[in-house]
Design a protein around this ligand. Structure first.
Ligand code: CP
Length: 343
């Protein structure tokens, strides 16, 4: 990690572990997922407040969010503090010296001098890798433009596994419908990639033509040995699906040309569509936020009483996954079990 301003090619990243950045899901293998998920599970009582664990006491997190966020920022900050650490943060460009023209390199080097880890969200793809280049502490990618959002994929997988196991199924062999903005949705991109670690997965994807999945992701899925089917409607995509993964339209990333060609109205998925086409035991997921405005082409709140709706179990699991990520990056994962005690 020496270059001042080049982004790190994803393929050159080392496996995620103690002292390492987490920039891409490509840094994880199946064994790493098993141990991270086991760690997250052991931290569940800490997330629920029935046990405490202070393995990060004395440590400081630098939290830098240059794009709006509710759950990612607050769950990362909460995770660090639940483990005994403290947080310094800045949100938006206006209140950082980037508003005065300071570079990513200088910002990263400065804040990493005050912190033991950084969590960074930035609107430009590849920008978080630039932060990592200049940082002297591990950097966790909390979303870089339409690039990646690895911690979201980890909590998605952790939740998917939990929900499927409750139905006597597993991710291997599952059919997963992926709906919505497949072009700009970074959570979709990271998810398709990381599910390559599982076998016999069938993806059934549907997005409006202007927001269709880029060709490279069909190649990513095919290269992993999984199957991907492009569908012409939501109903066709969800029919046999064990899991339905919805996404909102990333309006903040649409160009003027996109906006002219994207005419979306109504709901992406609602109870009427689900009842007509979906399985009664389907699991519904969404990285959130969902756009609750009228005609937003998103997941309708009228599915909120559907038993398979897992969206808030996803957000709760985000805290556990992010505690596990910090434990690994800061080299204290082996001490978690010994440090757990009643609240
Ligand atoms: N899923 C997600 O990244 O949500 P936020 O934008 O609220 O962090």
């Amino acid at each position: 990690m020496s270059s001042d301003d080049a982004t790190v090619p994803v393929s050159s990243l080392p496996p995620f572990g103690p002292g390492q950045h987490l920039l891409s899901v490509s840094q994880l293998d199946r064994a790493a997922l098993t141990s991270l998920f086991g760690l997250a599970e052991s931290l569940r009582p800490v997330g629920q407040g029935t046990q405490v664990c202070r393995i990060l006491e004395g440590a400081m997190l630098g939290s830098l969010f240059f794009e709006p966020s509710t759950r990612t920022r607050l769950s990362f900050e909460s995770a660090f503090q639940r483990l005994g650490g403290a947080v310094v943060s800045t949100t938006g460009f206006t209140f950082s010296s980037m508003a005065k023209g300071e570079s990513i390199h200088d910002t990263a080097r400065v804040v990493s001098g005050y912190s033991d880890a950084l969590v960074v969200r930035h609107p430009d793809t590849g920008s978080v890798a630039e932060f990592a280049d200049a940082s002297v502490v591990p950097v966790i990618n909390a979303g870089d433009g339409s690039g990646e959002h690895p911690s979201q994929s980890l909590l998605d997988l952790f939740t998917m596994r939990q929900e499927l196991e409750a139905r006597g199924k597993s991710i291997d062999g599952a059919t997963i419908a992926v709906l919505g903005d497949l072009r700009y949705g970074r959570t979709v991109h990271s998810l398709l990639h990381i599910l390559g670690l599982y076998s016999k997965v069938t993806f059934r994807v549907f997005g409006p033509p202007a927001l269709a999945l880029p060709a490279e992701f069909f190649e990513v899925v095919s290269a992993s040995g999984n199957r991907i089917v492009e569908c012409d409607s939501v109903g066709e995509a969800i029919g046999p699906a064990d899991v339905i993964y919805c996404t909102r339209v990333q309006k903040e990333r649409l160009s003027e040309q996109d906006e002219e060609s994207v005419h979306l109205k109504g709901d992406l998925l609602n109870m009427a569509i689900l009842t007509q086409y979906g399985r009664p035991d389907a699991i519904i997921m969404h990285p959130l936020p969902r756009d609750s405005r009228h005609n937003s082409f998103d997941l309708s709140p009228d599915v909120d009483d559907f038993p398979g709706l897992a969206i808030f179990r996803q957000t709760d699991n985000g805290l556990l996954i992010r505690m596990a990520i910090f434990s690994i990056a800061l080299g204290v994962a082996d001490h978690v079990t010994d440090d757990l005690r009643p609240a």
